[in-house]
Design a protein around this ligand. Structure first.
Ligand SMILES: [Zn+2]
Length: 477
């Protein structure tokens, strides 16, 4: 077999365990894993991976690039687009991301997907796909379009159970009412789709905004008292009940509280196809952090919570109750991120896709005893499985795309602005890491090496998806 590329000397994370394999690549795919030194290298490029851990390229299931910033509707602006943000993903070991295509009243799903796909074409450094977001008072006929979207390779549907932001100023609604969510779930269950849910109790959240305004408690450090643990508990419970009744699988984005983790664990123990995602800033920061000078850099809706919640999120990540570690990437400038100081005008969203693998390695593997197999699962494999990218993405096996993240576990450093490639700040500046991604391959091509971007914005391709029916029937990962 003539190989195009051989990676030698690394410790490779495979579904069968971690071993000292050499990895042979033909074209864009992994062709073979073999005992050290046994692969033919004639005519092949050889990468010496001695001392490196070779992980599946990261799969980032939650980004909002080129996305309208809605905090101040009178000053419309957008988050950074794929041409900017995916530079960080490439340098940080992430090779696939899933963004969102918003469908609002007045648009159809196919037209919205066509527009979003066009925006990404030739502009992403890594591969990509889109969740379809159904929001607002959608005409009922839109739900009949879900089947076509699933068949076209877009089988995941995001809904919000809350409008998230305060009642004033007025904005177009995010929230899908529970009757419409029931319709979406029924269609997903029938045709092989999965529900992706931002679950908070809208009435608790909106009344809290009103009450805190009336009481003059607008300081942004109160955010966790508006977007509460109870709100997450109630909304997760109601959504799980609706999923059970309709037969739909449910994936909860940005789980932030112990109550959310416990609701998902209970549903899974009862056999439900229910999955929890959390974010590295939710696992690493709590609401006390809001009081620090750059504390709102780590704010994402719902909110940072308490130390007990961070512990529950890590327990879930390490032991199995939380399936994925995502970012909720929402890249802006530092000035934009910090311009609001109150519960009504703080800018949400995170800027951390580049740091995701390095933080997961440091905080999970090094500090909390997470196995390397589990590290690969929460940063790549599980998102690939849940969203129908597997086995093309998220695993290192013959036949899969040669998407690889080489991690150097010997790197110990305190992160500075110079470690990042997106925007003018990172919330992770000042954080000390042990282990950091150093080389990234996308379909056999080295797209980043030691902080240098080597790929092009046209390297990334749209990946269509189909979800394994097992994932939709029971907790598969
Ligand atoms: Zn989000």
């Amino acid at each position: 077999m003539a190989l195009d590329l051989v990676l030698r000397g690394g410790a490779v994370i495979t579904p069968q365990g971690v071993g000292p394999w050499d990895v042979g690549v033909v074209g864009e795919r992994i062709a073979v894993l073999a005992l050290p030194g046994t692969l033919p290298t004639e005519g092949a490029r050889v990468i010496d991976a001695t001392g490196r851990i070779i992980a599946p390229g990261g799969v980032e299931p939650h980004t909002h690039l080129a996305h309208p910033i809605r905090t101040r509707p009178d000053e419309p602006s957008l988050t950074l687009g794929p041409e900017d943000d995916t530079r960080g993903m490439a340098c940080g070991g992430t090779t696939t991301h899933i963004d969102f295509c918003f469908v609002r009243p007045g648009t159809g799903i196919a037209a919205a997907l066509a527009q979003r796909t066009e925006r990404w074409a030739g502009r992403s450094h890594v591969d990509y796909s889109f969740h379809v977001t159904l929001c607002g008072a959608l005409p009922l006929g839109v739900f009949d379009e879900m089947r076509e979207a699933i068949e076209a390779g877009f089988p995941s549907f995001k809904v919000f159970t809350t409008d998230v932001l305060p009642p004033q100023p007025q904005r177009p609604s995010f929230r899908l009412d529970f009757g419409r969510i029931e319709m979406a779930m029924s269609q997903a269950a029938r045709h092989g789709g999965l529900m992706v849910v931002h679950a908070e109790d809208d009435e608790l959240v909106q009344t809290a905004y009103e009450r805190f305004r009336a009481e003059g408690r607008l300081d942004g450090t109160n955010m966790h008292l508006v977007h509460t643990k109870l709100s997450e508990q109630l909304a997760f419970g109601r959504t799980i009940g609706l999923g059970r009744a309709t037969g739909a699988g449910v994936y909860f984005v940005h789980t932030s509280a112990r109550e959310g983790v416990e609701a998902v664990e209970a549903a899974r123990a009862a056999g439900g196809a229910v999955y929890a995602e959390t974010l590295h800033q939710y696992a690493c920061f709590d609401a006390e952090h809001y009081k620090t000078p750059r504390g709102f850099c780590a704010h994402t809706y719902p909110s940072l919570k308490l130390p007990e919640d961070r512990e529950a999120l890590w327990r879930g990540l390490v032991d199995g109750g939380v399936s994925t570690l995502a970012t909720d990437e929402y890249p802006t400038s530092l000035a934009m991120k910090l311009r609001g100081r109150t519960i009504e005008d703080v800018t949400g969203g995170n800027l951390g896709a580049e740091a995701r693998l390095g933080i997961a390695f440091t905080e999970g593997v090094v500090k909390r005893g997470m196995s390397l197999e589990r590290f690969a699962a929460v940063t790549a494999t599980n998102a690939a499985r849940i969203f129908g990218l597997h086995p093309r993405k998220g695993v290192i096996v013959p036949g899969s795309d040669a998407d690889l993240a080489l991690i150097d576990p010997a790197i110990h450093k305190t992160l500075t602005r110079d470690d990042f490639h997106v925007s003018d700040y990172s919330p992770w500046e000042g954080w000390t890491v042990s282990g950091w991604p150093v080389t990234t391959l996308l379909r056999g091509k080295v797209i980043a090496d030691r902080g240098r971007l080597l790929g092009q914005p046209g390297d990334g391709q749209l990946v269509t998806r189909r979800i394994d029916p097992v994932v939709l029937r029971r907790p598969a990962c």
